[in-house]
Ligand binder design. Structure first.
Ligand code: ACO
Length: 319
């Protein structure tokens, strides 16, 4: 049985860091409110001429360097994003060109904040089937471009950035992606969506969120996402070394960690500094914790996310 192995990780954050204090100069909010309700202190904002593909290429180059993989040796690139450069073609093809890759195939996948979880599961299936041998999975977002900066209920929550993972296929190993759990429920569509789109308004639109409803569902569905995957692969909670969650809200992360009985030292938090970077938040957190030496070879990690759609899921990985 083949396993999809993580060969390298990389990430990129834009130069501009916007603090809660700076935000509250133009918006009826406060640092105290934002920290108390979300744990967020700051976020990074892409430069006006910086696109999702630019950030993704930078994160990917870091990941390829760590993996020691030549970009030409990639035969699959998946970009998880809700903020593509253009409606079409797939932004992943622009990343492919930016990396100098002329082989294989590249496509975008949309599951909002759960995008990386879905993309990793997709890449894993392709690698196990032998449809690819070396894959690049990226989460990259310019959430700042789909925010209504006058809406304090959403403007304070999001940030920009990119994270990437290079995967290879290996046989006879206990390392790699053990499995994934994916779910969606379209009944939650109206609680979290972007108001524009090519087939509806012919505009890009801005984020609309019923925060309390989303919060309620997130707590409940994430419990399912972590419990079901552990049950399916016969892993005990105590065996987990790290929780690498999507960084929507510290209160949601704390609730999931509590269910798992994991102390805060075993949870990777990046939300205070980076806010919610949607599909980018998990690979950003993973890269940070691998590079600073917290997550080590052999560690068992659980990634989880809840998103608009609703879409939620988890990946269980032995590093
Ligand atoms: N500053 C100050 N006051 C605010 C702000 C703000 N930035 N935002 C809202 N308020 C006010 C509201 O107007 C309201 O005031 P009112 O009672 O006078 O009407 C009050 O604060 C409480 O508002 P709530 O919405 O009830 O605040 P809540 O405690 O629910 O926190 C939050 C809001 C942080 C959005 C929370 O609901 C949440 O985290 N929801 C889940 C987000 C999430 O997980 N999203 C999924 C991923 S995102 C994706 O997929 C793209």
């Amino acid at each position: 049985m083949k396993r999809s192995i993580i060969l390298g990780t990389g990430s990129y954050l834009p130069k501009k860091r916007l603090t809660n204090f700076e935000l509250s100069e133009h918006l009826d909010t406060s640092h105290e409110w934002i920290v108390e309700r979300t744990g967020i202190c700051a976020r990074y904002i892409a430069a006006p001429d910086e696109f999702t593909s630019d950030m993704a290429v930078k994160a990917s180059k870091n990941a390829l360097e760590m993996a020691g993989v030549d970009p030409q040796d990639l035969d699959m690139i998946i970009l998880a994003t809700s903020t593509p450069d253009h409606t079409f073609p797939a932004t992943a093809t622009r990343i492919q060109a930016g990396l100098g890759n002329t082989k294989g195939f590249a496509f975008d996948q949309a599951a909002v904040c759960s995008g990386f979880i879905f993309a990793l599961a997709t890449a894993d299936a392709y690698l196990k089937q032998g449809m690819a041998t070396t894959a690049l999975v990226i989460g990259a977002e310019t959430m700042s471009r789909i925010l209504d900066w006058k809406d304090r209920r959403t403007a304070v929550l999001f940030g920009d950035g990119a994270g990437a993972v290079v995967l290879g296929a290996e046989s006879n190993t206990d390392k790699g992606i053990i499995g994934s759990f994916l779910r969606t429920d379209g009944c939650g569509y109206d609680d979290l969506y972007v108001t524009g789109g090519p087939s509806t308004t012919q505009t890009v639109g801005t984020i609309h969120m019923n925060g309390q409803e989303v919060f309620r569902h997130a707590i409940h569905k994430l419990e399912e996402a972590v419990e079901e995957i552990l049950k399916k692969y016969s892993i005990k909670k105590e065996e987990l070394d790290w929780l690498v969650p999507h960084q929507a809200n510290k209160r949601i992360i704390d609730a999931t960690a509590k269910k798992l009985g994991l102390p805060d030292e075993k949870v990777i938090h990046t939300g205070a500094d980076q806010a919610n970077t949607s599909a980018a938040s998990i690979p950003l957190a993973l890269d940070q914790a691998i590079r600073d030496g917290r997550i080590r070879k052999g560690d068992l990690i659980l990634c989880e996310a809840f998103a608009g759609g609703f879409a939620w899921g988890s990946n269980l990985i032995r590093i």
